[in-house]
Every structure is written in structure tokens, then in C-alpha cells.
Design a protein around this ligand. Structure first.
Ligand code: ADE
Ligand code: ZN
Length: 324
């Protein structure tokens, strides 16, 4: 199974670039940019990667992201992930970035995006990995900040395929961002949102009804509402599920209690993704393998998961057909 998964052509749809910041690069950039970190070794950093919930993780994730300061830093981060894609046989990836995280650290929007888009272009030209860029709004910040961020993105309209919504979910329902998502759609951006990771099924309904999203990121709490599961299956609205992330953040106790296969068998268009692999101890192949082993999947079922991701991607119909 391990060899089968490694060789399977794959697509990733839920990956935070800042979540690919490996401890080695984090420490190197902290030194390069003179940013103080409360960790001095790879071992002490890795030892700190034990989380009780999403909030505990986000604290470390934002602390880590503060070492990213220059265009070259964003280039290096992004290119290192694309090299990983090449090794894992990921042919296409749709990646998130959080510009507000960096503007809070005094880093300009242009610095962040110029580094990322240069790496994505090189990744396609030199590694053959195609990509799409998704700009996420931080949901724990006010809607006005998201609107400001959207305005900055207008001049990069051709470089960004979609907007998304991430960060602390509880207490920050999708509805809070209804206007900015409408503005984004009117500008021609596609839309996705994190919903139902820790938050209730109601937040998934809101993401669908108030934000009009084309995919739900995580969405695993849909199981609390059978009508919602039926809706997702009927409309083939994709979920970008991140199994190892959900275990690390205690959304599920262990991989065997995860609901991904239950949803799969209920006809929901589920996909497997890695979320923040540098923090959760596994890239895409590890996520596939963990699910395949825990549920004793057949090769055909594993291949179906990969097929689902191709279907759920923002690629053209023509490119989807090439990948299938
Ligand atoms: N930002 C990075 N990873 C995230 C996650 N799993 N949920 C919400 N926001 C995030
Ligand atoms: Zn995520």
C-alpha cells in the first residue's frame, strides 16, 4: 500500500504554506532575520508540538510564522514545499496563505505574495508541479481588516484563484464575512472556507448559504447533522479533510475514530490533505497511508480519494481529464 500511495498521482487542496515551515528552516530564518524565538533547537521545537486544540496550535503557528520577513523567505518556504510535492508525486496543489499574519508583523502584502508567486512559477517550470493560490482571511480579526486585505489583492487578481477563511473558528462564524465574500465573488475570486473543524455543523450551513463556498475545508462536524450530510452528498460539495491534523488537534481521539470513511461511504465527496504538515508530523502520503491502514482500504478506494481531489480542484475541465 505504501508503494501504491507513493506512486499514485495526487492533488492537494488544503495546505497552509505557513504550515510547511519545518523546524530547521524556522531556526535558520530566525537567525537570518534576527527574530527572537523561545526555542533554540529543532528538538525543543518538536517537543513543543503537542496540542490540546486548534487555539493551542495557532499560538505556535503564528509565533513560527513571525520568522518570515523577506520575499526570499516566502520563496524558500514555498519552493521547499513544491520540492516535497515532486517527491510525493503531487501533480497539482492549491495552497493557502495568510497575508494578515504577516502584515501584523510589519511585512508588506507585496513582499509575501511576490515571493510566493515567483516560487509557484518556478515550481511549475522546473518541477512540473502546477498550483493555485488561495488567500485566506483571518476570521478572528474584524471584517474591515478582511476588506482591506481584499483591496490589496485586487492588483494580483490573476495570481489568486480563490479566497478562504481560517484561524480560530469558535465564536467567529462564517456569517461575519458575508459582505467581504460577496465582494470577492463579484471581483471574480472563487471561494472556500474552513468550517466544522471545531465549530458546529451550523457553521458549515452558513459557509454554504452566506458565503456561497465551492468547497468546505475540514467540514468533519457535518456528521452531527444528517440533513447536512445528505445535502453535501446530493450536491457533491467537496470536503477537504485533514486526517492527521484532526488527530493532532484532538478533533478525533485517534485515526480509527475519524469519520472520513463513514462520510466517503455516505457518498460525500471527501478528499485527503495535510493542512500544516510541518506541525502535524506528516505530509500528504502519510495522511493517505494513515487512513488506508486504519480502515483497511482497497487500492481502488485509495485511488477514488485521489480522483475526488482532481474533481474538487479548481483546474479546468480539460486539465482534470488529463490528470484522470
Ligand atoms: N490555520 C492554519 N491551520 C489551520 C487550521 N487547521 N484551522 C484553522 N486555521 C488554520
Ligand atoms: Zn487548514
Amino acid at each position: 500500500m505504501k508503494g501504491f500511495i507513493s506512486g499514485l498521482p495526487k492533488v492537494e487542496l488544503h495546505l497552509h504554506l505557513e504550515g510547511t515551515l519545518e523546524p530547521e528552516l524556522m531556526l535558520a530564518l530566525a537567525e537570518r532575520n534576527n527574530v527572537a524565538l523561545p526555542f533554540s533547537s529543532v528538538e525543543s521545537l518538536k517537543a513543543a508540538y503537542q496540542f490540546d486544540d486548534l487555539q493551542a496550535f495557532l499560538k505556535l503557528y503564528y509565533q513560527g510564522a513571525a520568522v518570515l520577513r523577506t520575499e526570499q523567505d516566502f520563496y524558500d518556504l514555498t519552493y521547499a514545499y513544491l520540492e516535497r510535492c515532486k517527491r510525493e508525486h503531487i501533480l497539482h496543489t492549491e495552497v493557502f496563505f495568510d497575508p494578515q499574519t504577516h502584515s501584523q508583523n510589519g511585512v508588506a502584502f507585496e513582499t509575501v505574495i511576490e515571493g510566493i508567486i515567483r516560487a509557484l512559477a518556478d515550481g511549475e517550470a522546473c518541477l512540473g508541479v502546477s498550483s493555485g493560490l488561495i488567500m485566506c482571511f483571518l476570521r478572528d480579526l474584524p471584517e474591515e481588516d478582511a476588506i482591506e486585505t481584499l483591496k490589496q489583492a485586487i492588483s494580483y487578481r490573476d495570481d489568486i484563484i480563490a479566497v478562504g477563511l481560517d484561524s480560530s473558528e469558535l465564536g467567529n462564524p462564517p456569517q461575519k464575512f458575508e459582505r467581504v465574500f460577496a465582494m470577492a465573488r463579484n471581483t471574480g475570486f472563487r471561494t472556500v472556507a474552513h468550517a466544522g473543524e471545531e465549530g458546529p455543523a451550523e457553521y458549515i450551513w452558513e459557509a454554504i448559504e452566506a458565503l456561497n463556498v465551492e468547497r468546505i475545508d475540514h467540514g468533519v462536524r457535518c456528521s452531527d447533522d444528517p440533513k447536512l450530510v445528505a445535502y453535501l452528498a446530493e450536491h457533491q460539495l467537496p470536503l477537504t479533510v485533514c486526517p492527521l491534523s484532526n488527530v493532532k488537534l484532538k478533533v478525533f481521539e485517534d485515526i480509527g475514530s475519524h469519520n472520513i470513511i463513514q462520510l466517503f461511504r455516505q457518498g460525500v465527496l471527501v478528499t485527503i490533505n495535510s493542512d500544516d504538515p510541518a506541525y502535524f508530523g506528516g505530509y500528504l502520503n502519510d495522511n493517505f497511508l494513515a487512513v488506508a491502514k486504519a480502515f483497511d482500504l482497497t487500492k481502488q478506494e485509495v485511488a477514488q480519494m485521489s480522483e475526488n481531489a482532481i474533481r474538487a480542484s479548481f483546474l479546468s475541465a480539460e486539465r482534470k481529464q488529463q490528470l484522470q
